[in-house]
Design a protein around this ligand. Structure first.
Ligand SMILES: [Fe+2]
Length: 389
């Protein structure tokens, strides 16, 4: 588990997740383990439509042939190093999972708490959080030294066991060293101008929103990155669709020759924006925890006696800390005195039990006054943590 105090510390060190910094020893494998990563990998492979989530690399090249093979035969072991090594014939390798479904209730509940802390600390500035997973000992990032345009803020949770180096350049230094702002595929040649950060197991690194970076992973390790998008998903999709339409109309009206897809200036960015917006939509539909920001609270109550259940796979979180407890759902939370009935209610909802608000309140009267019990139950409804069955 990650102490909320450490999230606040990270926010302060990084100017709200904008500046480069490493928070040492921020989490243990009780928060995120190799076993969790194996489960996520298997969830990707369970859905044919997710093949494009997986990329495979050797030190020198992307390997689409191996992508298929890894997708069809996902790891059954938590020892991803041995597994990966055997799949790549003993060579150094890199596997990237982009925007995988998490489908791991226990980890999702822990991540939800962390994201709730991040949203609380930074205000509600993010459109969504995208997970990405990096596995292997592939040396420099296969995409070279680069700047992640339009991605927003990036938090890298390093599981290890190897130590990863992250090299960061100011834009000015990078342009001086490479002659431009394109990705540099020989980052080793320009390291003297970079600032180096070492990221060990349990560390969280914030990547800067400005400037350029490259990761160097000489020994086997696993990293879990969250990209916190600034733009609202609706705005992103609307803007991408508007731009695509405006270009198409302009071409029609001026009678200009249709351009090949790769030549149309922002075609790639439009594709990226649309695919991102669709991913956010899918995450929202799956109630993929706080990967999307908390929905605005509901004002009206549900029809009396209507049975309610948690939405999708989104857990109701109950956590005790010393003499306080937190009840959380869909990114909203309430601090309360610790109470067994709250833990019991969260367990029952997470087991997909269907209850009316009155039944939930009745359970809570074991520890709370009738008014307080009704208020707490109504909050779960207001947060969209429970929905009519
Ligand atoms: Fe990057």
């Amino acid at each position: 588990m990650i102490d909320p105090e450490r999230i606040r510390e990270l926010a302060a060190l990084s100017d709200n997740f904008r500046k480069a910094c490493v928070l040492k020893g921020a989490f243990s494998d009780q928060f995120l383990s190799a076993g969790d990563i194996t489960k996520i990998f298997r969830a990707v492979s369970a859905d044919e439509g997710r093949l494009s989530c997986l990329r495979a690399y050797t030190e020198t090249a992307q390997r689409p042939d191996l992508q298929q093979k890894l997708f069809r035969e996902p790891p059954e072991t938590e020892d991803l190093e041995t597994w990966g090594r055997s799949r790549f014939g003993g060579a150094r390798f890199g596997i990237v999972l982009d925007r995988p479904p998490l489908e791991n209730d226990a980890f999702e509940a822990r991540l939800s708490e962390v994201l709730t802390g991040i949203y609380d600390t930074a205000g509600n500035a993010f459109g969504a959080a995208e997970p990405h997973i990096f596995i292997g000992d592939y040396g420099y990032s296969p995409f070279g030294a680069h700047h992640d345009q339009e991605v927003g803020r990036i938090l890298h949770f390093h599981l290890g066991p190897g130590v990863k180096q992250m090299y960061i350049w100011d834009e000015e230094d990078y342009v001086a060293a490479t002659g431009g702002t394109m990705a540099c595929f020989d980052p080793g040649a320009i390291l003297d101008k970079a600032t180096r950060y070492d990221i060990g197991p349990g560390d969280i690194m914030v990547l800067p929103t400005e400037g350029f970076h490259v990761g160097y992973t000489p020994d086997f390790s696993i990293g879990f990155a969250l990209c916190l998008m600034d733009a609202d998903d609706g705005d992103t999709l609307r803007r991408a669709a508007d731009q695509a339409l405006a270009h198409a109309l302009e071409d029609m009206e001026t009678g200009s020759e249709p351009k090949a897809a790769c030549q149309s200036g922002n075609g790639l960015q439009v594709t990226v924006d649309i695919s991102r917006a669709l991913w956010i939509e899918a995450a929202r539909a799956a109630s993929n925890l706080s990967l999307v920001p908390p929905p605005p609270p509901r004002e009206a109550l549900p029809p009396e006696n209507s049975k309610l259940a948690r939405l999708g796979r989104f857990p109701v979180v109950y956590r005790e800390r010393e003499d306080e407890a937190v009840l959380a759902g869909r990114g909203h939370s309430l601090e309360l005195p610790p109470a067994r009935s709250l833990a019991g209610l969260a367990d029952r909802l997470n087991a997909d039990e269907e209850l009316t608000l009155a039944e939930m309140a009745a359970l809570l009267t074991a520890d709370f006054s009738e008014d307080a019990a009704e208020y707490i139950a109504a909050q779960l409804w207001a947060w969209h943590a429970v929905v009519p069955v």
